[in-house]
Write a protein of this length. Structure first.
Lengths: 461, 299
């Protein structure tokens, strides 16, 4: 506008040179033209403005239509799903294997350790492993619940076992979680994981020797996660303590655990976790182990009573290029356990007089393993196990009969495996063990499938 | 001797507590970088943002690592894609972190996919069909119009999580709305020439981009979602492409490029390697910009 004014003034100034009589007329004409011009400009601007507004409005309307369409579509979906939308997540794990052993699996022993629970090599030939049915869901906004039924064959009979059944608080606040019911103890790294999540077909020897593969019990667990950048968790469990490796009939807290974990990332590609754990049962009353008979006579069953404590350390390290484990990744894992026991060993069905010995047990062991996914869907791994024991008592012969004498042997085992994982839900594994658990070395081969159906499982660290 | 030290400690502690509370920023846990970037735009310096994944990671397949549990433990707001994209690790993370603020149903639990319509909702839920997502294709961040709707909902959520700064969030949303609309208009203008281009993809991750820019997918290298390309399937794709030449092969930079390179060699169709999401040193705007640019350059 200002420019136009200046131009007008300049023109007016120049035209001043012209005769005066024409000046006013031309000036008037010019003014009229200017006025017309600005008027049209304004109108055009206004029209443009209105056009823009109506465009915006129609866009808005279009958006609203889309939104409504979305809502209709969403409603349709939810109506169709309503029938089973509140059903819990159900998953079924199918597991089976073909096993070949050089030695008789029934002759298996682990000198220096009293075997119990599920310890052993399992069947030779074709067999079904643990078929697991897990059902889980958020109960409401305060609780999560999960139950796992395990179906497996035991001495020719199909047994159904309630493996886990627990409730767990959700978002209690301040990093605290309570869990109650039957659950796998949080001590150790591998213990809390289900068998089908393990990287090898069998448990590490130290898990077999101390827990009979896995420690689980009925009770209460409290964990606390600290509000720190590095992961720090402490927890404790109050347990009934009747199950192996505990024993007896407790009407209060028979066993307890404490554990602490810290962990974090180093850069983008590396992550780690360290755990310290302790389990204690002060009043183990008659923990029995596998019976064995002498020349077809009545089976003698060794039994331990006294106090028992286990301390352990676990360390896990994982690597993946760019932190993306999909195509390649490496996992290193190490666990060490130490058990001290003080009490007595009694051989049931022996004598008379019944064979008894005092018992001062000291057992420890560790395993280290590396699993490498070298390309998508393919993993390979190696593991080494080693145990030792130094058990003492008043009657060495009784301890020997109970399997607590190490027979001058150091149990160890080398394992190697190769896995093919066509998808997240299926796995075929070939594993070879050179097992020196006892003095006769055994070569063991497993061909195993582990497939899961149903809801998507979670990938635990 | 002891008392003064204790006093000092107490004072320091009080100071730390006060300073902590006076600078109490909202902690945001984003499952994917695109949402971290969106929160950054909408909430600026009122938030501390952590992204659980990077542009080079596959959000389907990470683990509930200890570091993630620690971050989720302190989060005031969780923003993820949803639609089962994070099904393999998020439920576990939520349970392990014991943080009531970010559980489903809480204000601090924001699932982007719940605010937009999803494409490719499977009619048949059967795992023989590959890695299917019951709610539909979750890769919604490749459509800027959907981003707009998500941003609007997210801005409301931010106001509810942190009511003190409501005006600030609303302000940011308004300016984002304006600049994003302008950006969309510009991209759509540029993208005109891409309309109807025939593309071959590695995984069906580009559905929303195809829908937006009207690209036409003529072949997928994975026989089923999430299932690696087999040689028979690749041979079939190659045969189809002989009759019907495509304009480009698209694949995300975090994916395995073996099959893609094989096809490139056989057919000489140009391969376009697109970053699947925002990388650490760029914004949502810049990322879209780079995608459009790369698509245009490949022509």
């Amino acid at each position: 506008m200002r420019k136009k004014f200046l131009v007008a003034v300049t023109i007016a100034a120049i035209s001043n040179i012209n005769p005066v009589w024409a000046d006013s007329e031309i000036e008037a004409l010019r003014k009229q033209v200017e006025a017309l011009k600005s008027d049209y400009e304004q109108r055009i601007n206004a029209l443009e403005q209105r056009l823009k507004q109506s465009e915006a409005k129609s866009q808005l309307a279009q958006q609203k239509v889309e939104q409504i369409a979305d809502k209709v579509a969403t409603n349709k979906i939810s109506a169709a799903q309503q029938q089973n939308s509140f059903n819990p997540a159900i998953s079924l794990t199918l597991d089976g294997r073909y096993a070949d052993f050089d030695n008789d699996p029934d002759a298996y022993e682990l000198p220096g350790f009293m075997l119990g629970n599920e310890a052993g090599l399992g069947e030779e030939g074709f067999s079904i492993g643990h078929t697991e049915i897990a059902i889980s869901a958020n109960v409401d906004n305060k609780f999560y619940g999960k139950a796992t039924l395990a179906i497996h064959d035991h001495e020719g009979e199909t047994e159904t076992e309630l493996e886990e059944a627990y409730i767990q608080t959700l978002g209690l606040g301040h990093g605290v979680t309570l869990k109650a019911g039957r659950f796998f103890s949080a001590i150790g790294y591998l213990n809390e994981q289900h068998e089908h999540a393990w990287d090898f077909a069998d448990a590490p020897l130290i898990y077999r020797g101390l827990f009979g593969d896995q420690l689980r019990d009925d009770g209460l667990q409290v964990t606390y996660v600290a509000p720190t950048d590095t992961f720090m968790q402490i927890g404790t469990e109050l347990l009934r303590g009747d199950r192996f490796p505990g024993g007896g009939d407790h009407d209060g807290v028979g066993a307890w655990t404490v554990f602490a974990n810290i962990g974090g990332d180093i850069g983008i590609e590396h992550s780690w976790q360290l755990g310290l754990n302790h389990w204690r049962e002060n009043d183990v009353d008659g923990r029995t182990s596998g019976a064995h008979s002498h020349d077809g006579g009545t089976a003698e069953t060794p039994s331990f009573s006294g106090d028992s404590k286990i301390s352990s350390l676990d360390l896990v390290y994982k690597w993946a290029p760019n932190g993306n484990p999909t195509s390649r990744n490496l996992k290193l894992q190490f666990e060490y356990f130490d058990r001290r026991e003080d009490g007595s060993i009694t051989m049931f069905n022996s004598g008379p007089p019944e064979e008894v010995s005092t018992y001062d047990g000291q057992q420890d062991g560790w395993y280290a393993q590396a699993v490498y996914q070298f390309k998508p869907h393919w993993r390979t791994g190696m593991r080494y196990d080693r145990l030792s024991s130094n058990n003492k008592g008043s009657h060495e012969d009784v301890l020997a009969e109970a399997g607590l004498d190490d027979e001058g042997h150091t149990p160890e085992r080398y394992s190697a495996m190769l896995e093919w994982l066509p998808s997240e839900y299926s796995r075929i594994r070939l594993q070879f063990n050179r097992d020196n658990s006892y003095e006769d070395s055994d070569n063991q081969v497993f061909l195993q499938y582990t497939h899961s159906l149903g809801s998507h499982g979670s990938h635990q660290f | 001797m002891f008392i003064p030290i204790k006093k000092h400690l107490l004072l320091i502690l009080i100071f730390l507590l006060c300073s902590a509370s006076s600078h109490a920023k909202i902690n945001v846990f984003a499952c994917e970088p695109e949402w971290a970037s969106l929160v950054q735009i909408l909430a600026g310096d009122q938030v501390d943002i952590f992204s659980a994944t990077t542009a080079l990671q596959d959000p389907h397949h990470i683990q509930a690592r200890p570091s993630l549990i620690a971050k989720a433990r302190r989060a005031d707001l969780l923003i993820c894609t949803g639609a089962e994209l994070e099904a393999g690790w998020l439920p576990l993370l939520l349970r392990k972190s014991a943080n009531g603020n970010i559980l489903p149903g809480q204000t601090g639990h924001f699932m982007a996919s719940e605010h937009v319509l999803l494409l490719e909702k499977p009619k048949l839920l059967d795992r023989s069909q590959g890695d299917v997502h019951a709610d539909g294709n979750p890769h919604i961040h490749l459509d800027p119009h959907r981003i707009m709707r998500i941003a609007e909902a997210l801005s409301r959520t931010l106001s509810r999580v942190d009511p003190d700064n409501q005006a600030y969030y609303q302000n940011n949303w308004s300016s984002f709305k304006e600049s994003w609309s302008q950006a969309i208009a510009k991209w759509e203008q540029l993208g005109q020439s891409l309309r109807g281009k025939q593309i071959v993809v590695n995984h069906n991750s580009w559905v929303y981009l195809e829908d937006w820019l009207k690209l036409e997918r003529v072949a997928t290298l994975e026989p089923k979602p999430g299932i690696a390309p087999s040689s028979t399937h690749l041979a079939q794709v190659l045969a189809e492409l002989k009759d019907n030449q495509a304009d480009m092969i698209l694949y995300a930079s975090y994916q395995n490029d073996k099959a893609v390179r094989w096809l490139e060699q056989k057919t000489h169709i140009p391969v376009v390697t697109l970053p699947f999401t925002v990388s650490t040193d760029e914004t949502l705007f810049e990322w879209y910009e780079s995608i459009i640019k790369q698509l245009l350059d490949s022509k």
